[in-house]
Design a protein around this ligand. Structure first.
Ligand code: PMP
Length: 357
């Protein structure tokens, strides 16, 4: 029986995507070949790549606005490096907001390139909130932030108004809510949360920002080289791009990002209401910064852990354990998660309450 998969990533995908991807592994489009054994230069795959790139821009409302979408490999972590290579001017500076482990990872890489200013950090409070009072140096080459902090369960609700190009790691909330995406110079997102299997990263780049660093950049680390080759500078991760394209088709067919946001709001409200109502649990993130993708919570009394764990496992729930740096529980409720599955978790929390009293 299929589990209620609350894993943070790689994570749940729409059943329809899994069915189509499985069929394509056996026989892609009745071609007599598996998607795993066709050339990336074949007509079939070129069409897949083009559709994935077009859909990504369309769903973000960025078509015809000077942006290019790329499907690269190396994970979101590779973009921690490609971003400074592409935007940080020689002897320039970069500004970063430190909201979690992944933001800190990006900062660590930028520091290898040049002056890196951390405009604010919530590290001393174990990243339980998003800092809001900060200023971005006007001479920074770019400002980098992480829209959703997968581990800590916080999410930026607003983005700063600035003339400095904004680079955003949207790995764990891309396509989950409506934002004016044209505010951003670069958006990147590892596929393995809201988009597809691990193996590819969507990078959306405003082309006019490129080519201004005076750096000698190896081609594979240069967005311009990938754009020039239509996202096929080297062999792309064919299957990951295909499955991502299927998810983007699914998002579009189900009403686009606006419809995803509506459903995500309902799921998050259902679960957060229970965390607030049920005195056995406590939320981890500051109320106003709570994530609608990764819901982090703890047991008020650790002594009840064995009982609660037994109950949610018996309810066919999987992937609920929190990250080791936070502890407790983390329910990742990405786009593909149904409200019915969230209800199963809420029911378990309520049953658990009865067994404790
Ligand atoms: N950024 C965020 C927000 C993430 O959640 C993750 C992975 N969980 C990463 C970056 C790193 O991604 P990858 O493992 O694909 O390099």
């Amino acid at each position: 029986m299929k589990k209620h998969n609350f894993s943070a990533g790689p994570s749940i995908l729409p059943q329809e995507v899994l069915d189509k991807a499985a069929q394509a592994v056996l026989n892609y489009n009745n071609s007599g070949l598996s998607i795993l054994e066709i050339s990336h230069r074949s007509k079939d795959f070129v069409a897949i790549m083009e559709e994935a790139r077009t859909l990504a821009l369309e769903l973000l409302g960025l078509e015809g606005k000077g942006y290019q979408a790329l499907f690269l490999s190396g994970g979101a972590s590779m973009e921690f490096v490609r971003v400074p290579y592409s935007l940080l001017k020689q002897n320039g500076k970069a500004a970063y907001l430190d909201t979690g482990t992944w933001a800190a990872g990006a900062i660590k890489q930028a520091e290898k390139f040049g002056e890196t200013i951390v405009v604010a950090s919530s590290k001393s409070d174990n990243y339980s909130y998003i800092p809001k009072e900060y200023s971005i140096p006007t001479d920074a080459s770019y400002f980098h932030c992480t829209s959703n902090n997968t581990i800590f369960g916080t999410q930026m609700q607003d983005f700063p108004e600035t003339d400095v190009p904004i680079v955003c790691d949207m790995s764990s909330d891309i396509f989950s809510r409506e934002i004016d995406f044209s505010k951003f110079g670069i958006i990147y997102a590892g596929a393995q949360k809201n988009m597809g299997p691990a193996g590819t990263t969507l990078v959306v780049v405003k082309e006019e920002l490129l080519g201004k660093t005076d750096r000698v950049t190896p081609d594979i680390l240069d967005y311009s080289a990938h754009i020039a080759k239509d996202s096929m500078y080297n062999t792309p991760p064919v299957f990951a791009v295909y499955a991502s394209m299927l998810t983007l088709q699914w998002v579009k067919a189900n009403g686009g990002v606006a419809a995803m946001e509506k459903k995500n709001n309902e799921k998050a409200a259902l679960l957060y209401n229970e965390i607030e109502r049920n005195l056995l649990f406590k939320g981890v993130a500051k109320l106003e910064d709570r994530s609608k993708m990764n819901v982090t919570f703890i047991l008020v009394n650790e002594a009840h852990k064995e009982q609660f764990d037994k109950m949610w496992k018996a309810a066919n729930i999987s992937g609920l354990n929190g990250h080791r740096s936070v502890g407790g529980y983390r329910a990742s409720i990405y786009n593909a998660m149904s409200i019915e599955s969230v209800q199963v978790l809420v029911d378990v929390m309520q049953e658990f309450e009865k067994t404790i009293q």
